[in-house]
Design a protein around this ligand. Structure first.
Ligand SMILES: Cc1cc2nc3c(=O)[nH]c(=O)nc-3n(C[C@H](O)[C@H](O)[C@H](O)COP(=O)(O)O)c2cc1C
Length: 196
């Protein structure tokens, strides 16, 4: 059985840097035999822009957000995948706001006790980050990486990342560079090795 990978696209730019390298990684994962799905987090409709902290998901046995909108319904599909990739440009040293709305609603996929013990629908899966950044600081993406690795560790997930700092704002040459292509392809192959 092929493993199932979902790329959650967080860049509003359809032909931007992030989606360009994500396309390369997705192609490599497909070639390695994975089933690959894309979710465009920038296009999902929502009743609330993010989690409202109502805690109804924590009181329920279901891994579902209680806000009945497209973001909530889409978040509820995530546990069917073996690897979950957040693909985002670095915005103010963090995820894009569009993607953060989706991530906060993923609170509903884990149950936390008062002492922060956790039972998660994501345990044992691979959580991954694909990110591009344009600033002039080489380690600009470290803070963002930590923001996705910490939840992966707490939820008992394997963590993978593929980071591209110092990228010029206009794609074109960037996503055609041989080193960039190989790095994105290697990431795709690593995702394909996530346990089904
Ligand atoms: C609103 C906004 C905030 C940004 N913040 C940062 C930042 O904090 N650090 C950085 O290195 N680049 C920052 N950038 C640059 C983008 O991360 C970079 O150009 C990225 O490759 C864009 O990806 P995209 O082409 O997929 O949209 C920012 C760009 C925008 C539009």
């Amino acid at each position: 059985m092929p493993n199932k990978i979902v790329f959650i696209q967080g860049s509003p730019r359809k032909k931007g840097n992030t989606r360009s390298v994500a396309a390369i990684a997705m192609e490599a994962a497909l070639e390695a035999g994975s089933a690959v799905t894309e979710i465009d987090a920038t296009k999902l409709e929502f009743k609330q822009p993010g989690c409202i902290g109502c805690q109804k998901c924590q009181a329920s046995e279901k891994f579902e957000c209680s806000i009945g909108d497209e973001v909530g319904r889409t978040v509820a599909t995530i546990p069917q995948y073996d690897a979950v990739v957040m693909a985002t440009p670095l915005y103010w040293w963090s995820f894009s706001a569009q993607l953060k709305i989706f991530i906060d609603r993923m609170y509903s996929l884990s149950k936390f006790t008062d002492s922060w013990e956790v039972r998660s629908a994501l345990s044992g899966k691979t959580l991954a980050l694909l990110a591009t950044a344009g600033g002039s600081i080489e380690n600009n993406l470290e803070l963002l990486e930590r923001q996705w690795k910490n939840p992966a560790d707490i939820l008992g997930c394997r963590f993978l990342s593929c980071l591209f700092p110092l990228v010029p704002p206009e794609p074109g040459a960037f996503a055609k560079d041989a080193e960039v292509v190989e790095k994105a392809r290697e990431f795709g192959r690593a995702l394909a090795s996530a346990a089904p």
